[in-house]
Design a protein around this ligand. Structure first.
Ligand code: GDP
Length: 524
């Protein structure tokens, strides 16, 4: 019997890992894929990244600065579940990309370095998850090294994030003597991740059988684990799903502890694909007609073919290879001839995909970030955000003959979400906007390598911009008329007001109270 849509949806878990750089996201990703059987050897994730980097020039930036700027997806199976892990760039200059990726997940794993606790970037990403009520599972990593006391870590999560915690496991020792995890409510033990099954025990003391901990550390463990059972908040599924409580797991991704606990937790209680809000209705994951939205475009995944992959999250129904979809923005049909799944070391044609799955759709510019695909229904998903850039620059081209080529290239870069492009109403040259300065470096490198366009950037007289709208069309037109030199259109043709600084922005906002000025635009 083929799997029903409801059954397929129930098996899916789509999540991202949020963390501060160096907390162990890459290592944990490798281990998850390893347990999921997606790769043979841990280390391949990095190896693959390196391979792409050496072959693709624009990624030199990434290599030089030792950061990951690439978002991608990895699909793997464990037990009965299909996991889609969406990777997010570690560097904050690519925050907009990360935020968009988080619109496509149903849960997040928050990795914390056991010695460092909550770090700035973790906090920021957590706030984004909270805005969207994304449930969070916490993984306290690096327990094999000098670590803070577990109670202290739990307190810090509660205080800094205003998030309830429920320790699910308790570390058996820490640092050199770290020897596994004790499952508080299940009264069971797992040594390293090579133990596929939990061993049932009778209380914390029994958890130390098999000489798991040096004599002088046993007392502390028994006391603390007993206290955790008595005094810590128990896990509550509803509070977790609503984003008010995080279950906490301890481990060491590098030394293979606690990762299996984590993956099993995601399977057991991370939510299955959620309903998604569209303009005309809420789409249930189990609806039988296919719907999906694009949250990311990536070029040059394979430098041998200059392809452009749109990453779509399926929201309902069954996406089948060869099907005809309707692209909501244009109303035109689009054949999905070669949708792809991504595994750690390979891509594979996706014959069928269900809600929660993320597939790559190769295209030559037809698809843009925020686009909705359906089986014909006129429907547009809400909520993929676009952030007002914090840096605005004019692009200066050495060779004026190539102006047309530059225009095309910028349009493509903007469609991929590398930069935002603003075309001033008064006919002056285009302005590019980015959220982080590194994005300008990526733009420069790609224009040079891929289009043979050496460019430099010039300050513009503007430093801020806001999308503008008004209930009354005439009000908006009046505003646009009076500020023609400060108005530009974005890629969708929506009007943007540009200002030299916050002062003049506020001044105009006060003078024209009927004009709405927003810093975040949701794609539509
Ligand atoms: P990312 O920047 O969050 O992706 O972090 P990485 O996974 O690259 O890890 C950063 C560093 O911490 C690397 O040197 C890892 O080998 C190391 N690391 C990761 N997990 C652990 C762990 O559980 N224990 C120890 N001791 N080191 C770890």
């Amino acid at each position: 019997m083929p799997e029903s849509i409801a059954e397929a949806v129930a098996r899916r878990r789509t999540f991202a890992i949020i963390s501060h750089p160096d907390a162990g996201k890459t290592t944990l990703t490798e281990k998850l894929l390893l347990f999921g059987g997606a790769i043979q050897l841990a280390g391949e994730v990095k190896a693959k990244k390196d391979k792409i980097q050496t072959r693709s020039d624009w990624m030199k930036i990434e290599r030089e600065r030792g950061i990951s700027v690439v978002t991608s997806v990895m699909t793997f199976e464990y037990g009965d579940h299909v996991f889609n892990l969406l990777d997010t760039p570690g560097h904050e200059d690519f925050a907009d990309d990360t935020y968009r990726t988080l619109t496509a997940v149903d849960a997040a794993v928050m990795v914390i370095d056991a010695a460092k606790g909550i770090e700035p970037r973790t906090l920021k990403l957590f706030e984004v998850c909270r805005l969207r009520d994304i449930p969070i599972v916490t993984f306290v990593n690096k327990m094999d090294r000098e670590a803070r006391n577990p109670f202290e870590i739990l307190d810090e999560v509660e205080e800094k994030l205003a998030l309830d915690t429920a320790p699910m496991t308790w570390p058996i020792g820490q640092g050199k003597s770290f020897a596994g995890t004790y499952h508080l409510s299940r009264n069971a033990v797992r040594g390293s991740d090579s133990e596929t099954d939990l061993t049932q025990v009778n209380g914390p003391e029994a958890a130390l059988a098999a000489g798991r901990l040096p004599e002088n550390e046993r007392e502390t463990f028994i006391e603390e684990a007993s206290l955790a059972i008595e005094a810590c908040r128990p896990f509550n599924l509803e509070a977790f799903r609503e984003g008010h409580l995080t279950p906490v797991y301890f481990g060491s991704a590098l030394r293979n502890y606690g990762v299996r606990d984590l993956i099993e937790a995601l399977g057991s209680f991370a939510p299955q694909p959620r309903a998604q809000v569209a303009d005309v209705r809420t789409v249930e994951a189990t609806d039988d007609k296919m719907t999906a939205f694009v949250f990311k475009i990536q070029a040059n995944m394979d430098p041998n073919h200059r392809d452009r992959i749109a990453f779509v999250r399926v929201c309902s129904g069954k996406l089948e290879r060869g099907m005809k979809a309707r692209l909501s923005r244009t109303g035109k049909p689009m054949g999905l001839t070669a949708p792809q799944f991504f595994f750690a070391s390979q891509r594979q044609i996706a014959d069928t995909a269900f809600a929660g799955d993320v597939v790559g759709i190769p295209n030559h510019g037809t698809l843009r970030i925020g686009d909705t695909l359906t089986e014909g229904e006129e429907l547009v998903f809400q909520g993929v955000p676009n952030f007002a850039p914090e840096i605005l620059r004019r692009v200066r081209l050495g060779d004026a003959m190539k102006a047309k080529k530059l225009k095309e290239a910028l349009q493509q870069m903007a469609e991929e979400g590398v930069v935002q492009l603003f075309t001033p109403e008064d006919g002056s040259p285009a302005i590019v906007g980015v959220v982080g300065a590194l994005q300008l470096d990526v733009l420069k490198e790609r224009l040079s390598v891929e289009y043979g366009l050496p460019v430099s950037f010039e300050m513009s007289r503007f430093s801020m911009c806001r999308w503008i709208s008004a209930d009354s069309k005439t009000e908006l037109e009046r505003f646009v008329d009076r500020h023609r030199g400060d108005i530009a259109r974005d890629l969708d043709g929506d009007p943007v007001f540009m200002a030299a600084d916050g002062f003049s922005l506020n001044y105009e906002a006060e003078r024209y109270p009927d004009i709405k000025m927003v810093a975040i635009k949701e794609y539509h």
